[in-house]
Design a protein around this ligand. Structure first.
Ligand code: SF4
Ligand code: SF4
Length: 337
């Protein structure tokens, strides 16, 4: 790997900025860590673990305009959005392995199985992913139970390793190699063994769970599991793999625009139909849907788990709904205990 002195990291970011806007994890005044545009001198939260707000917002924004229109009498004209407006080139630096894995889930949902989301596709194609391996875990991490290694990020173009005084840089794709053309003047090539993966303190056994859950849609366990939930939706907004959205329209005189915005299956109106029927009328159906979606439906449809073990939902749920405990309980039920 190429080892670059940490004091020279800004030269590396400068080099990467030729590819597009560079986003890095930044600790805000209130302590919240999120991805923000980098500029020379910016303080990067390299030690923050995974950001509270996942990087998915840079590929699938919380709100985005789909098209604009203008009405003149009986004539309606549509304004197509320019690619540079929808998807300006960007470089996401410091994404943790769980969040890199979450991109596989978003890719599966937005780019496969007979559906291609052109907005997501445009952003994904114009995004360079520079991951950062984890040298320590947070109390709520359980990525290694979900098939993610804290020190590997196979879906990233480049991976950074914290080596103490230096940052190790490993290129994994042709796109990453092209972005780093010219980096030879930075640091030096070194034979450095990859750091040992830190252990996660939480764990969850998902072996065979998707298959076993098939017969448990009407299981009484859901009466037990949903009770604490407040239906606030925090878990879905912070989840790097949640991807539901709603589409709406705004009019201002003769002009208007249609937009989409994140939605949450934990809200009572999410499945409410125009005629008043709601197939998920209570929190029980909504909680059941959230967990079956992560653990059964996404694996069945795309062959990948819908949870990457980032721990955000259990870290921020106001009533401590802990998906690792729920998985344990579901395994017990599936085993007839
Ligand atoms: S964060 Fe907790 S209380 Fe809020 S909707 Fe999710 S599970 Fe329910
Ligand atoms: S369900 Fe929770 S732990 Fe799993 S990926 Fe989503 S936020 Fe992270």
């Amino acid at each position: 790997m190429r080892a670059i002195k940490k004091m020279d990291i800004s030269s590396l970011l400068e080099l990467l900025s030729r590819q597009g806007t560079v986003y890095v994890p930044v600790r805000e005044e209130d302590g919240l860590v999120s991805f923000s545009p980098w500029s020379p001198g910016a303080e990067i939260a390299w030690d923050a673990g995974n950001s509270l707000v996942p990087p998915k917002q840079l590929l699938f924004p919380q709100t985005e305009t789909i098209y604009r229109y203008r009405v003149d009498g009986l004539n309606v004209s549509l304004d197509e959005l320019a690619l540079d407006d929808i998807a300006p080139p960007q470089v996401l630096v410091g994404i943790r392995p769980c969040d890199v894995k979450s991109l596989e889930v978003l890719d599966a949902v937005f780019l496969t199985a007979g559906y291609v989301d052109t907005f997501y596709q445009a952003r994904r194609n114009r995004t360079l992913v520079v991951a950062q391996a984890c040298t320590k875990t947070q109390p709520t991490c359980f990525c290694d139970s979900m098939g993610v290694s804290p020190v590997e990020a196979l879906g990233a173009d480049i991976v950074l390793y914290d080596l103490g005084e230096e940052m190790g840089v490993v290129v994994q794709t042709e796109k990453g190699a092209q972005a780093l053309a010219g980096a030879e003047r930075l640091g030096q090539e070194k034979e450095v063994p990859l750091p040992k993966a830190p252990e996660c303190r939480l764990s969850a056994n998902v072996d065979g769970l998707a298959e076993r859950l098939k017969g448990h849609f009407y299981d009484p366990v859901w009466d037990e599991l949903y009770r604490k939930c407040l239906g606030c939706g925090i878990c879905t907004y912070l989840c790097p793999t949640c991807h539901c959205f709603d589409i709406d329209r705004e009019n201002r005189g003769q002009n208007g625009w249609e937009y989409r915005a994140w939605d949450s299956c934990m809200y009572s109106q999410y499945t409410l139909m125009a005629g008043g029927h709601n197939p998920r009328p209570t929190k029980k159906e909504r909680v059941r849907n959230r967990f079956l979606h992560k653990l059964q439906y996404i694996p069945e449809r795309y062959g990948i788990l819908g949870c990457v073990g980032c721990g955000r939902c259990l870290a921020k749920c106001p009533v401590n709904m802990d998906i690792t405990r729920i998985i344990t309980r579901l395994q017990e039920v599936a085993a007839g205990e």
